[in-house]
Design a protein around this ligand. Sequence first.
Ligand code: NAP
Length: 265
Amino acid sequence: MTQHPKGTALITGASTGIGAIYAERLAHRGYDLVLVARNRERLNSLASRLTTQTRQNVEVVAADLADAADLAEVERKLREDASISVLVNNAGVGTHTSLLQSDIERMAEMITLNITALTRLTYAAIPGFVARQRGAVINISSIVSLAPELLNGVYGGSKAYVTAFSQSLHKELADTGIQVQAVLPGATATDFWEKGGLPVEHLDPGIVMSAQDLVDGALQDFDDQVLISIPSMHDLQPFERYEASRQALSSQLSSNRLAPRYHAN
Ligand code: NAP
């Protein structure tokens, strides 16, 4: 079997929204695709459209990534299919409800999908990428990873995990040639909002970006090897100052002596 030079991109949550746009853009860039989500019908229709438009191979895997057995199948695919060169960890759910209005079972499911599935899929993909000396992981985080007070705390916390995990992976894989990117979308016009209980029409249109613009910006950053991509942020200087200050903290956080501001007993 001949292997396409770009390899294959496995995209989770590819049936709609941001993931479906990644699928379209990556197919047009010459990647074969593995599309993962629960809705097989939507995946099949996207697959047949993209095959017709681009002549790339598009495989569909209907899987619920919050289900351990389904997740294990996708992990197996990532471990065994050596053509996979890009993993886009995009599947995720959110909500704006407060702690007191939220059902703990829904919050736990959110953690399973947004954190556990993303982590397990990354662990399944990376060893093969390192062995083959090529590969990339794109993790879809959120601007709420920097501003957890904006929406539900479990959602913000789950995305803070995605950003921190990506930063750590980037450092750990620095000498391997494996690229890691965290994408931090602001409000984006997808079904995400309706599913989370707040239709996107209720937001100020001035803060809502199209999924197409979001993905195009993030892919331009990907080409430029940008680790943290925030396509909706116009002036990046405050973020760069924040990031420099955060990194400078790391050498000051541990000590064998109590800080002088504490009173000695
Ligand atoms: P979306 O339109 O609701 O799409 C979510 C995708 O995830 C769908 O393809 C859905 O497909 C899939 N999915 C959901 N639960 C799944 C499960 N248990 N197993 C497998 N697939 C599952 O939302 P989106 O806006 O494109 O969201 C994509 C990512 O962007 C998420 O991680 C989200 O947190 C992040 N994000 C979105 C925004 C925004 O404003 N929209 C902002 C910041 C970050 P099925 O239903 O077919 O499974």
